[in-house]
Design a protein around this ligand. Structure first.
Ligand SMILES: NC(=O)c1ccc[n+]([C@@H]2O[C@H](COP(=O)([O-])OP(=O)(O)OC[C@H]3O[C@@H](n4cnc5c(N)ncnc54)[C@H](OP(=O)(O)O)[C@@H]3O)[C@@H](O)[C@H]2O)c1
Length: 310
């Protein structure tokens, strides 16, 4: 009797775990679409969501450029992608998004190597940095790397993107952008939520400016992703960490599942009809109310131009 009840209980727990896991992992994007002859560039792609995105593009046959700041990690990621995908057209270029000079050098370098750019994924991001952390030019680290760095990079690559038919720009934002507010005072340009809100506003303004050029620009929330942080605690409290990790797993996506949201935005046929939109779980979703104020988006664009010296 006790054994039977225990078996039932284990089955119920397993079922609940799987059902929750399936629910929180979001919709699954599957497509056989190939990207042969296309060129894709993904920032921050030596690990996490960026790595899985780059791997998917390589598996579809694209030439993939990993834009990373650490050559050792980038080399390792390139080797892994080539080995897994069998596609040898995978390479990396160094970029530090916390340094405007590095972004300019990267952009010059890349334009001497490629003459088309079909997909640009602005994925690199930092989170949880103390306020004292600044970029090389003195901006708040999170705002500088996540938004201003990608703002400059995109603008510098814009001619290349515009001359590539049906090209796409995907800005990786986050659902935490709903928590932020952006005014006109650049002293207030700090923190993770604001950097992600700025990306959604930038997407809207850029889509408007690129209207009728054939370029699609969207922003996306990849989902809440299981990260490898906590590895060091794992050695100290292995059992507790494993149990917590299991609970955490129920409510999050894997990096692969998160990347599928970006891949959807990069290749699905319905996305160009939704130019400028914000996506979550492979669907357009209403972003923060602030992003609907067109003048606000335009103002942010003008201030950003001044800040990065465009
Ligand atoms: N994880 C989530 O739950 C979640 C949720 C919503 C949105 N997002 C967004 O999704 C994107 C990817 O997240 P993730 O979880 O995959 O993050 P991650 O694993 O921490 O990867 C971040 C990537 O950005 C790179 N990076 C950081 N600073 C850089 C800089 N100054 N210059 C160039 N590259 C830099 C990192 O390079 P290094 O390897 O050299 O550090 C790394 O490759 C981020 O934009 C994040 O904000 C994540």
């Amino acid at each position: 009797m006790i054994l039977e009840v225990s078996i039932y209980l284990v089955c119920i727990i397993l079922f609940c775990f799987l059902a929750n896991r399936l629910y929180f992992s979001g919709s699954r994007y599957k497509s056989e679409k190939k990207l042969n002859g296309k060129v894709a560039l993904v920032t921050g792609s030596d690990c996490g969501i960026g790595f899985e995105t780059a791997l998917d593009f390589a598996e579809r046959g694209a030439r993939v450029i990993l834009a990373c700041r650490n050559s050792l990690k980038a080399e390792k990621a390139v080797r892994k992608i080539i080995q897994k995908s069998g596609n040898k057209q995978v390479d990396y270029e160094l970029i530090d998004l916390s340094d405007l000079d590095s972004i300019k050098a990267f952009s010059r370098n890349i334009q001497s190597k490629i003459d088309q750019l079909d997909i640009l994924v602005n994925n690199a991001g930092v989170m949880g940095c103390p306020e004292s952390w600044k970029t090389k030019q003195g901006f708040d680290m999170q705002f500088g790397v996540n938004y201003l760095g990608h703002f400059l990079l995109t603008n510098l690559l814009l001619d290349l993107i515009k001359k590539t038919p049906k090209s796409r720009i995907i800005n990786v934002s986050s659902c935490v952008h709903y928590l932020a507010k952006i005014g006109l005072d650049s002293d207030e340009f700090k923190g993770y939520p604001k950097s992600k809100l700025a990306l959604v506003m930038f997407t809207k303004e850029l889509a408007k400016q690129l209207h009728s050029t054939g370029v699609t620009v969207v922003s996306v929330h990849p989902g809440i992703i299981i990260r490898n942080t906590g590895e060091s605690y794992c050695r100290l409290f292995p059992l507790i960490v494993k149990i917590l990790y299991l609970i955490y797993m129920i409510f999050t996506k894997s990096a692969y599942e998160g990347a599928m949201n970006i891949v959807f935005c990069a290749i699905d046929d319905q996305v160009p009809k939704l130019n400028g939109c914000y996506f979550s779980d492979c669907r357009p979703k209403e972003p923060s109310k602030q992003t609907f104020d067109e003048q606000n988006c335009k103002n942010l664009w003008e201030i950003s131009k001044k800040l990065v010296g465009l």
